[in-house]
Write a protein that binds this ligand. Structure first.
Ligand code: GTP
Length: 602
């Protein structure tokens, strides 16, 4: 396929602005899928994605389109739409020359529209602005055009208008992709040079990589080498995603497709790697910044005998999602397990859900936390003068304050966009979360954009929900990493009848510890089922009790409700109670549903 008839592009947008719907329409118009397939949103392949209606993993599809007497090959890379997955967005963009910047005409420019625009802008991609949902009565094209001018310097005449739901204007988008986005620059006479921009793991096939062929040709049977691992492989199959894998036997410069090369272990696949022919090595393309996990949580097998099977499940699942980091972890109470790093809380949630759904793993998750840095005091007696810096991923492992010189917590740089009516609520909310407002500016007459620096810990769990609730659902939020800042931190531990709950141990800013401790103790008392004896619940910092409450004893006899003599019903109830117990965890003599501790946090 001649490169000038190829276009590689991606769709970027704020969550729910219609990326997946637009992708589906493009597939339909080009006949890649038939419009009467009821299986909506073909590109959202994972079960969790369908259930939650969000795109987690970027998917690629090739389309053929007749235009001005020529057949064009359009490669569409669908990108995830949640703030947690910005990393995947920037990765996908490396396989593209342009993007469709999709904005809901009803909601206008939102925090992620801004973040994603700048990802594409900084990558020097051609930006094709499109307003979606113009069929909605609340669509306000003029205002959104003004916002796009103010924030992105995009002129109204450049902006297309569509309703992906009804298909209005979608054909124009395809034409604009061809007219405005440049074809890839490539030389097929040069030696093969391929960029690995994504990978999936498939049973029986092993690692399947998505490659963007920058130069040359790669064919089935070729011997290729990974610039990163220097390992060589024979290409088993190559082809395009149409939208399923469709073997073509070769991929030419400018094309995007899949490749299978008998790569058994996903640890051998490096996203951002360069592939070349064994006989003609090329200079490696600049690699990707590795994904940076922001949120950490421990995962322990419910039963220590399941450690190995959990390990295998994690290996398989992380193959498909290399942005999850895994290290070994242990805890006195929970035994041996793992500490996982995620891009955000949703990412963690999705991962845990997949672990249960796809691998049937029963695990005890710990409270999510961020990574802290601690500088230890130098100790002259042990001939150690310099201060040592350590990273704390597991809050239980925060050293004793007496040997700590300084502590640091991770910060984020965030964008908040709200209608001006709510401006008065944003300031106190940011203050309460220890945020520092750097800037506020109007993006049109009715909306204002804040730039705020927050400690990541403060926005991790419920900040977005609170922001939505003070703004009647109108605020949007996006953030990026902003390094570390010195902070005054303490470790809060929780005790049930004197037994420490390792999975709840948390690090908190000193000014927040008492309030946090009280809240959690109160919630624990509400969610831990009554036992046959009294249970005391405590929150402590450094041996000092911050909060304490008791759960009064209660005798639960499940058969009490039975009418006399109905033995089968009685047995059924007893069986059900026994099954329920499998989901219980014992803390000393106290039995507690295994997810209680996580529920009290959210
Ligand atoms: P993520 O996959 O989570 O990033 O979301 P998305 O941006 O892909 O959004 P999606 O395509 O799932 O659309 C979000 C919602 O908007 C769905 O309920 C769609 O039916 C609806 N929607 C999309 N396009 C239109 C449109 O043109 N008009 C109207 N009225 N609704 C639309």
């Amino acid at each position: 396929f001649p490169a000038d008839l190829i276009r590689n592009f991606s769709i970027i947008a704020h969550v729910d602005h219609g990326k997946s719907t637009l992708a589906d329409r493009l597939l339909e118009i080009t006949g890649t899928i038939s419009s009467n397939i009821k299986n909506e949103q073909v590109l959202d392949k994972l079960q969790v994605e369908r259930e939650r209606g969000i795109t987690v993993k970027a998917q690629t599809a090739s389309l053929f389109y007749e235009y001005k007497g020529q057949t064009y090959l359009l490669n569409l890379v669908d990108t995830p739409g949640h703030v947690d997955f910005n990393y995947e967005v920037s990765r996908s963009l490396r396989a593209c020359e342009g993007v469709i910047l999709l904005v809901d005409a009803n909601q206008g420019v939102q925090a992620q529209t801004v973040a994603n625009f700048f990802l594409a802008f900084e990558a020097d991609l051609t930006i094709l602005p499109v307003l979606n949902k113009i069929d909605l009565p609340g669509a306000d094209v003029e205002t959104v055009q003004k916002q796009m001018k103010n924030v992105f310097d995009i002129e109204p005449h450049e902006i297309l208008q569509v309703s992906t739901k009804h298909g209005t204007g979608v054909e124009e988008v395809l034409k604009a992709v061809i007219d405005r986005i440049p074809p890839p620059t490539t030389d097929i006479k040069k030696p093969f040079k391929g960029l690995v921009f994504d990978s999936t793991y498939e049973k029986f096939k092993g690692a399947v990589t998505n490659v963007s062929v920058k130069d040359g040709v790669v064919k089935k049977g070729d011997k290729i080498v990974s610039a990163h691992t220097k390992k060589s492989y024979e290409v088993q199959d190559v082809g395009i995603l149409y939208p399923e894998q469709t073997s073509t036997g070769c991929l030419y410069g400018g094309q995007v497709g899949y490749m299978m090369a008998n790569i058994k272990s996903m640890t051998d696949v490096w996203i951002g790697d360069t592939l070349y022919h064994e006989k003609s090595p090329v200079e490696a393309l600049p690699g990707f910044k590795p994904a940076k996990p922001m949120v950490f949580a421990g995962i322990y097998p419910m039963d220590q005998s399941e450690y190995q099977s959990l390990k295998m499940a994690l290996e398989k699942l992380t193959m498909n999602d290399p942005s999850v980091s895994v290290s070994n972890d242990n805890s006195e109470a929970l035994g041996v397990g793992f500490r996982l790093g995620f891009l955000g809380l949703l990412h963690m949630d999705v991962f845990n859900q997949r672990l249960e759904q796809e691998y049937d793993a029963s695990v005890i998750p710990t409270a999510p936390n961020v990574s802290y840095k601690v500088k230890l005091k130098g100790d002259k007696n042990i001939k150690f003068y310099g201060a040592e810096e350590i990273i704390i991923l597991n809050p239980c492992k925060l050293p004793d304050p007496s040997i700590i010189e300084a502590q640091y917590e991770p910060m984020v740089y965030s964008t908040i966009i709200v209608p001006v009516d709510y401006i008065g609520d944003i300031n106190p909310l940011c203050m309460e979360r220890r945020g520092e407002i750097l800037d506020q500016s109007y993006i049109d007459d009715t909306r204002i954009m804040f730039k705020v620096i927050f400690p990541l810990n403060e926005i991790l769990i419920d900040f977005y929900d609170e922001l939505k609730s003070v703004s009647s659902g109108y605020a949007s939020f996006d953030y990026e990493d902003h390094g570390y800042q010195e902070s005054d931190l303490v470790k809060i531990i929780y005790l049930l009848n004197g037994k420490e709950l390792d999975e709840l141990t948390m690090i908190s800013h000193i000014t927040k510890a008492r309030q946090k401790g009280r809240e959690i103790v109160e919630k624990l008392c509400k969610s831990i089922p009554r036992q046959l004896f009294k249970v005391s619940v405590q929150a402590c910092v450094g041996g000092k009790v911050l909060a304490r409450e008791d759960i009064q004893p209660y005798r639960k006899d499940v058969t009490a409700k039975c009418y006399g003599g109905d033995i089968s019903r009685k047995n059924k109830l007893l069986k059900r109670q026994a099954e329920g117990k499998k989901k219980m965890r014992m803390i000393g003599k106290i039995s507690v549903p295994k997810d209680v501790f996580i529920k009290v946090l959210i």
